[in-house]
Design a protein around this ligand. Sequence first.
Ligand SMILES: Cc1cc2nc3c(=O)[nH]c(=O)nc-3n(C[C@H](O)[C@H](O)[C@H](O)COP(=O)(O)O)c2cc1C
Length: 171
Amino acid sequence: MDFRELASTRCSIRSYDTSRTVSDDTLLQVLDAGRMAPSAKNLQPWKFHVVRSPGMLEKLHACYPGEWLRSAPCILAVSGKRSAAWVRRRDGYNSLETDLAIVMDHLVLAATAQGLGTCWVAAFDPAMLRDALRLEPEDEIFAFTPIGYAAQGAVTVPKNRKPLDEMIVFL
Ligand SMILES: Cc1cc2nc3c(=O)[nH]c(=O)nc-3n(C[C@H](O)[C@H](O)[C@H](O)COP(=O)(O)O)c2cc1C
């Protein structure tokens, strides 16, 4: 699959095959692709949380209102510490959100390349998620994704994107 096809194939999956788990080998390949993500000053200010035990999955489900999440056999969350990220001296901009978004996108696209489904999730209860993952006070988390094989017949919404010419300014 070339990159154009990979980017077009990736879509939000909100229904997973509950009879199929993700092998350690496949999961490690996905996580290793995340490890390759760029970050400001190469500081890699992230930690990957792999949630697979029934007890921990239950805790994460409680943080998010979408019932569909319950079908996912695994959830990947990325956290990071603001003090571990790069800061631009001139205006104090901190790259944590940018770095964590890039690494999450690497994980999601690597999962797609492995035939796995994912869905960015940000509409969770942040305080509950902090408790569930036992984050340290300084850890921040902006998104997690379920990861698993799409259920047969999982609804995939056709890509609805603005036309390219609305997004480009050639200067
Ligand atoms: C930062 C971010 C947060 C998102 N949060 C949620 C969420 O909480 N729940 C959900 O069902 N989808 C969520 N999505 C998925 C988007 O709705 C989805 O990516 C968008 O509608 C485009 O559809 P596609 O992913 O199928 O291409 C999120 C996506 C992003 C990038």
